[in-house]
Structure formats: C-alpha cells, structure tokens
Design a binder for this molecule. Structure first.
Ligand code: SF4
Length: 285
C-alpha cells in the first residue's frame, strides 16, 4: 500500500501549474523549431520565430507563455492500492488539487480565467474550480496530468454524432472542416485532439485526453489510427491557414486520435483544439 500526503499533492500541483505555464516542453519546441526551418510563408516563418522567442523569455523570466493562462484541467489516475493521508486541514484529494491551483496561480501571477456562473460572469478570483477527470486504476499508481486550456482554442472545438454509415471518410472530413472553420481563432499552429467512439460525453473526453496522453508528434500504436493521424495532419496543413492565420503550411503541429468501443447504431466523433501554447505537464508520486 502506497501512502500519499494531501499536502504533498497540493505542493506538487502548485509547482506544476506554474512550470506548465512558464515552460513549453521539449517535444513542442522541437516541432516548432523544425517548422521554422521548413515554413514557406515569410509571415508564417516570422510568427514561428516569435513563438520560440516568446517561449525563451517566458522560461527565463518565469512569465506566462500567454496572457490566457487557461482553465486548469486535470486527469488523475488513482491506484486502488494508494492510501491518502489527510493533513494540513485538507479534507479531500479534490480540495488538495484545488488548493494547489489556487496557490500556484496566485504565486505565479497567472491570470484568473474562471467565472462562477456562465451567464452572470463573476470571476471566482482564484482560477478555481479545477476541472478534474478521475480514473480508478489497479495498483499503486498516482499520476496527475495537467493541461492549461485557453478559451480561444477550446471555443473552436466540436462534437458530432455520426451514423456508422458516415465511415472513416465522414469523420476525417468533419475534423478538417472544424479546423478550417476555426481559421486563426485558436492561435495556430494548433494541436488537434480527436476522439472517435464512446458515447456523447466520452468522445469529448477522448479528444481532450488525446492532447496529453502521448508526446507530441508520436503516433497511435494502432496502425489504422496512426495512418488516420498522418492523413489528417497532411490535409490540415494543406488548408493554408498557417501560423496565427498568416498563411503557410504550418497550421497544425500534430493530430492525435484516441478511440473507444461504441454503440452499434452510433459513431461519435469529437475534436478538441489546442493552441501552440501547449501547456501540458504531468507528475507521478
Ligand atoms: S488560444 Fe492559446 S495562444 Fe491563443 S490566446 Fe488562448 S491561450 Fe493564448
């Protein structure tokens, strides 16, 4: 049985949200650097160079990569053999994560981007609540994955309930059409998370998970979906939107697809778009 103190979780979350907001990770930087060399459009190339310069300044000065420091979204894998120790007056794991977000966003001078009611629009003032997705897993695993999700990219996401007859072609057209319609709004170059299957809510979760489950640019282990990722990336980069919509070939850095079994009468598909400010980080205890 593994024992984990809630105060340790809170402190790790506090550091995690800041580090993710200050530092673009190596897999993201590498793909942007490669594209900076290849991009044909001079304006697009200049944007990529500015993104890299911005990333360097953010890392060195400990400043947010973008003014929109995002909703704090977590995927938590909690092992059945993990015992949580309740200390520092933290009443639950959920509250430990929430408190980590509260302290991290305050300490890092990160913008508070949450309103307490979708219509009445009063800011909660501390970037909480966090958006937490729980998964109970066997063993002593305790893994937390975080993504800071900016509004501009999230707003361009979409879901569609297809009939199975739409086939793979129908889903691929939907993904390309969603990116095309989004244009410059999600601050390209983007990362495209695609969820195929499950049911209505599960396909949206798959699309989000697709953004952070694997290093950027790696492919789905199933060759069928790996080929789909390659085809989609090619089609998206032929749209000509380019970095920040300035024209060019680099509209997406990667397309990641995740799938799940579904009902015989359904074929749901969801697209979750993430901007170039791909602030994803995880830790295990
Ligand atoms: S979409 Fe991303 S890069 Fe654009 S403003 Fe939002 S967080 Fe920043």
């Amino acid at each position: 049985m593994k024992r984990i103190r809630l105060s340790t979780v809170r402190d790790k979350i506090k550091d995690l949200v800041q580090q993710a907001n200050f530092e673009l990770q190596d897999d993201v930087l590498k793909i942007i650097q490669d594209w900076e060399q290849q991009e044909e459009s001079p304006a697009g190339k200049a944007v990529l160079s500015q993104i890299l310069q911005n990333a360097q300044i953010a890392r060195e000065e400990k400043l947010g990569l973008c003014q929109d420091t995002g909703l704090a979204v977590f995927f938590v894998e909690l092992g059945e053999q993990v015992q949580l120790e309740y200390d520092d007056n933290l009443p639950s794991l959920k509250e430990a994560i929430t408190e980590g977000v509260r302290q991290g966003y305050e300490e890092g001078y990160l913008r508070k981007s949450v309103v307490e009611d979708p219509v009445r629009r009063k800011n909660t003032g501390d970037n909480t609540p966090a958006y937490i997705h729980w998964e109970l897993v066997p063993g002593e695993v305790f893994k937390v994955s975080f993504v800071a999700k900016g509004g501009g990219a999230e707003n361009m996401s979409a879901i569609r309930m297809f009939a199975p007859a739409a086939g793979l072609e129908g889903i691929e057209d939907f993904v390309v059409e969603t990116v095309d319609k989004a244009g410059s709004n999600p601050c390209p170059p983007i990362i495209v998370g695609v969820g195929v299957g499950g049911n209505f809510e599960y396909s949206a979760l798959l699309a989000k998970k697709a953004l952070l489950r694997r290093p950027l640019g790696s492919h789905n282990p199933d060759p069928f979906y790996a080929d789909m990722e390659k085809r989609l990336l090619k089609r998206i980069n032929n749209l000509g939107i380019g970095p920040q919509g300035m024209g060019g070939r680099c509209t997406a850095l990667a397309v990641h697809v995740e799938s799940f079994p579904c009902h015989i009468a359904s074929m749901p598909a969801a697209v979750n778009i993430q901007c170039h400010s791909h602030r994803v980080l995880s830790f295990e205890l």
